[in-house]
Ligand binder design. Structure first.
Ligand code: DC
Length: 210
């Protein structure tokens, strides 16, 4: 049986970096499930197709190849926004969740990160961590990251966007973002990424040795 690490949390909480490093550290496979929603959104945007047409989105989800997700290309802010619209569609979620569950079976283990991994995708995960941080801290991280890449962004817009995305992700009917009852909480508001990673690693090590 594969050892499954489920990481959930909002955008810019640090969950992506933590998940990648946990996977590397343990020799496990890693899937950023947000990329699956982003890839569907990008395919629709590229073809000028509507983001709210269920049958078109379903077809696109079916055709998705998990081995062909480019994080660089899919990182674009507008794709993230479009992804959270695609992610409200139950039938699209069903298709992507099945692909994510198949991925979680990979040996010797897998780290999956997203919004509903501990609650829906891998409810029997060996360890579940909900990574979060205050919205203004997360907005500042996104803003600093963009500025360091030479992009000219407005901080207030970034914060408003983060809040809108949080609301859409946590208020949707199907699989809202939520800390699973048996998930450990990791609040990274006052932590740098190294401290946050070490805290997550300690949680995983404790579960492995249990
Ligand atoms: O983590 P991210 O920014 O790449 O996610 C993009 C969108 O995809 C996010 O707004 C919500 C959605 N998502 C989801 O609904 N369920 C997941 N497991 C992962 C992402």
């Amino acid at each position: 049986m594969s050892f499954v690490i489920a990481i959930d949390g909002p955008a810019a909480s640090g969950k992506g970096t933590i998940s990648r490093r946990l996977a590397r550290e343990n020799g496990f496979h890693h899937l950023d499930t947000g990329l699956t929603y982003r890839a569907v959104a990008k395919a629709l945007l590229d073809q000028n197709l509507p983001l709210d047409d269920v049958s078109i989105a379903e077809k696109t989800a079916y055709e998705l190849d998990l081995s062909d997700l480019d994080p660089e290309v899919l990182a674009v802010h507008e794709i993230g926004n479009a992804a959270s619209k695609v992610a409200v569609m139950s039938s699209v979620r069903k298709i992507l969740v099945k692909a994510q569950q198949d991925f979680s079976l990979k040996l010797p283990g897998a780290v999956l990160d997203g919004r509903d991994i501990g609650t829906v995708v891998c409810p029997n995960a060996d360890v579940k961590i909900f990574v979060t941080a205050d919205a203004d801290v997360r907005a500042k991280r996104r803003y600093d990251e963009a500025v360091s890449k030479g992009r000219d962004l407005n901080y207030d817009h970034v914060l408003a966007d983060i809040k809108a995305r949080d609301a859409r992700d946590s208020e949707r009917k199907d699989s809202p973002m939520r800390q699973a009852d048996d998930a450990l909480l990791l609040d990274t508001s006052k932590m740098d990424i190294e401290t946050a990673f070490q805290a997550a690693k300690a949680m995983v090590d404790a579960a492995k040795n249990a």
